[in-house]
Design a protein around this ligand. Structure first.
Ligand code: DP6
Length: 316
């Protein structure tokens, strides 16, 4: 028997960074994300004899096999084991997965891949155990155990993840945005985000982070509701810089910003000053820069791409 599911990535504007409890990924602060419906992970499950689950690439004709490090495979299979335990199911599966975005693009895939695995596994397990299919909220909660940010991928276009759970936000008047990622580096991150969550607690800036994230969230939701795009850009900039400042002041410190990122960030600020308009800019725990435009800003997006990106960076 076989099952298949797909789930999108998401980009946080108010970041989940730091955990209250790492065994179930309880976040230190609330986070807000926009769902990237074009960047997806696929998971197929096949029931097989025996007790041991195995991971394989989900092959797409014409494309090279998808690769996943041994460590990532172990983490993926551990989440499947947790889901099987939840359903009290003892059988084994072949898990096949891939992403529709290029491997080694430096784009975090844990949100989409864990959401797709959860979606696929709950379908398979509820059928095999003849239990009812858990609702979307329950699936998101189960997915959080695998990777925190994956719970936000169950809601679109906006997801708000708080202490009490995750839900769609319907009060943000921007429902169809245009997202680009500047691939500043194709390399695998030296410090994975799971480790970043632990290290930030050693930064002097960690104290006060909950309040800053809370204030940024409040102001951002108001800016969005008032359709104040510039204010939203400024809050989001402050927010990702706040997270990167914690990285830079942790012990040991770590940094995803490099010369290219810094140059591009300066250019983006200059453009905003010059034209009085531009994208929301954000960065996750990596060197790539995410740009979020309104559909009416396509010309601005094309101009920035033509003037600064083409020939220098891949853009997704
Ligand atoms: C910087 O969800 O990858 O992207 O719960 O340990 O799997 P784990 O962490 P993860 O953290 C994502 C951190 C971030 C910000 C965000 O997406 O909110």
């Amino acid at each position: 028997m076989q099952w298949f599911a797909q789930a999108p990535a998401n980009i946080a504007l108010i970041k989940y960074m730091g955990k209250k409890n790492s065994s179930n990924n309880t976040p230190m602060n609330d986070s807000l994300s926009y769902t990237l419906n074009k960047l997806t992970s696929n998971v197929a499950l096949e029931a097989c004899p025996g007790k041991r689950d195995v991971w394989e690439s989900l092959d797409t004709p014409g494309l090279p096999p998808f690769e996943l490090s041994q460590q990532a495979q172990t983490r993926f299979l551990a989440h499947l084991a947790f889901l099987k335990e939840h359903f009290n199911y003892k059988g084994a599966f072949i898990v096949r997965s891939n992403n529709n975005f290029p491997m080694g693009s430096g784009i975090a895939s844990s949100a989409s891949s864990f959401a797709a695995l959860t979606r696929c596994a709950v379908r398979a397990l509820s059928e095999l155990t003849e239990e009812g299919l858990p609702d979307n909220d329950t699936q998101a909660k189960l997915s959080q155990r695998g990777s925190g940010s994956s719970c936000r991928s169950f809601y679109t276009p906006w997801a708000l993840w708080t202490d009490t759970g995750v839900r769609a936000v319907t009060t943000i008047p921007y429902t169809d945005l245009y997202h680009q990622v500047i691939l500043v580096s194709h390399e695998e991150k030296s410090v994975p985000s799971s480790q970043a969550h632990e290290l930030v607690a050693t930064s002097p800036a960690f104290e006060g982070r909950q309040k800053r994230a809370h204030d940024n969230m409040k102001s951002l939701l108001i800016a969005f509701e008032h359709k104040n795009w510039r204010e939203a850009y400024e809050i989001c900039w402050r927010e990702f810089m706040d997270m990167h400042n914690m990285f830079q002041t942790s012990s040991p410190s770590f940094d995803y910003m490099n010369e290219a990122t810094n140059e591009l960030l300066i250019q983006l600020q200059k453009d905003w000053e010059q034209y009085g308009d531009g994208p929301i800019v954000t960065m996750d725990a990596g060197p790539n820069i995410h740009l979020i435009y309104q559909q009416s800003q396509r010309e601005i997006a094309d101009r920035f791409k033509r003037d600064f990106l083409i020939g220098n960076y891949d853009v997704l």
